[in-house]
Design a protein around this ligand. Structure first.
Ligand SMILES: NC(=O)c1ccc[n+]([C@@H]2O[C@H](COP(=O)([O-])OP(=O)(O)OC[C@H]3O[C@@H](n4cnc5c(N)ncnc54)[C@H](OP(=O)(O)O)[C@@H]3O)[C@@H](O)[C@H]2O)c1
Length: 397
């Protein structure tokens, strides 16, 4: 007997959800899905950093219990904008943790950069389901972050499209049958650009991703391919495989979001149009699936799917990230921090495009490896790498 659609609908319970970084690209896509399925979700907390007007608009529409603005300079604006509501308002770093602490079933970790680590850890520590978009949590604090997840019994669901794809096709009951994970990469806006041309690329050109509509930082990371390097480290922590079992393959159409090769020769892939609402919906509805307004994949229209090896000479960030993962210790934290500073300096037009990876490499070369044992150690390595990266940037002038 076939299950009726009504029964499938009923099996999806209403979920209480908090969104860290609701004003960003991932945050807005998450709220778009909530808007399409208002009976499935109750919004508990929303957070932004500087975009207070959007946060106010979202809070008025979704009526969370708490709205937090990370940058305290915007506290009065937020208070004023929500003065006719019952929504509690707060500002600052501690308030972000408060948002993550509020009782909810799922916390979408959509803050960009290491700023997302502390509130995401709060959500992990209280045993929430963590929908993890913020890859930097795993890159810079992998073991310690996972320790907290295991200690509290929290559920960690990958939102990054590649990791979400692997999660969907990974046979966790037969780990030993997995040979290889293949992370696909679009190749970014400069996939076919020569090094000479890349040296003159502007922030506007670097953030113009051919397939995905994302925030500025991850878009620049896609242009240098550091994003794929960070994803390599993220995949290592998310899935029970060794570093040499994770491969990167350029696939310009972004239709296959990643693949798992099994020892019998089978390759399982997850496909879809490049729209973050698919992996986000998977994490929001897990272990069920929910309907989304995402455009359906039409392979006949696309015609052909192509693949190529990554070019490690033009995209040295891939090698930096793999080496940092192989060496381990504090190096992934340092890689992430130096890259964040370098990307910000590039966006502010203080350095050129190729300098992003140069600065990161220089910081890695000048920092001895240590073993972070606590989150305070992680903060210390992160801060020192940021200071050194600023120094290197200034020396380039
Ligand atoms: N976008 C994608 O398609 C995509 C795909 C896969 C993974 N990810 C990952 O998801 C994360 C978010 O990416 P995104 O593209 O959504 O970034 P984004 O559009 O730049 O949004 C970032 C969010 O974080 C907030 N934020 C920025 N700095 C903050 C700080 N210091 N403290 C607290 N909040 C802060 C921003 O607030 P304001 O805007 O109000 O300043 C915004 O809400 C990243 O880790 C990225 O790697 C994104």
């Amino acid at each position: 007997m076939k299950v009726s659609p009504e029964i499938l609908e009923e099996s999806v319970e209403k979920r209480r959800i908090s969104i860290l970084g609701s004003t960003g690209s991932v945050g807005c896509s998450t709220l778009d899905l909530v808007e399409h399925q208002p009976d499935y979700f109750e919004v508990i907390a929303l957070t932004g950093h500087k975009n207070v007007n959007l946060l106010i608009k979202q809070a008025l529409q979704f009526e969370p219990k708490l709205a937090v603005i990370g940058d305290e300079n915007f506290y009065n604006d937020l208070k004023e904008g929500l003065k006719d509501t019952d929504i509690e308002v707060a500002a600052g770093t501690a308030a972000l943790n408060e948002a993550a602490e509020m009782p909810s079933d799922t916390v979408m970790a959509g803050i960009v950069g290491v700023a997302g680590l502390a509130p995401t850890l709060v959500a992990a520590k209280r045993g929430a389901t963590v929908a993890l978009a913020n890859k930097e949590c795993l890159v810079c604090a992998g073991e310690l972050f996972l320790d907290e997840i295991h200690r509290s019994g929290a559920t960690l669901l990958p939102v990054d499209s590649e990791h979400n794809a692997i999660f969907q096709v990974f046979d966790f009951d037969q780990i030993e049958s997995v040979d290889l994970l293949t992370l696909t990469a679009s190749g970014g806006p400069f996939r076919t650009t020569s090094i000479e041309e890349m040296s003159n690329m502007t922030p506007t050109q670097a953030v113009a991703h051919p397939n995905w509509d994302m925030g500025a930082k991850i878009s620049v990371d896609s242009a240098t391919m550091m994003n794929k390097g960070l994803e390599l480290i993220e995949a290592y922590y998310l899935f029970p495989v060794e570093e040499n079992q994770i491969d990167i393959l350029v696939h310009p159409q972004s239709v296959i979001h990643s693949m798992v090769t099994y020892k019998d020769g089978s390759v399982l892939a997850q496909m879809g149009t490049p729209d973050m609402r698919t992996p986000i919906s998977y994490a929001l509805a897990w272990p069920n699936r929910m309907a989304t307004p995402v455009e359906r994949l039409n392979l006949a229209d696309i015609g052909e799917l192509t693949f190529e090896e990554p070019d490690f000479e033009r995209f040295p960030a891939l090698t930096l990230a793999r080496d940092a993962l192989k060496t381990g210790g504090s190096l992934p934290t340092i890689l992430n921090a130096a890259n964040e500073v370098a990307v910000q300096c590039f966006l502010e037009e203080r350095i050129g495009f190729l300098d992003i990876t140069r600065v990161t490499e220089e910081v890695l070369n000048r920092t001895p490896t240590s073993e972070p044992k606590t989150l305070d150690d992680i903060s210390h390595f992160d801060e020192s790498a940021r200071e050194l990266a600023e120094e290197v940037v200034n020396s380039l002038k």
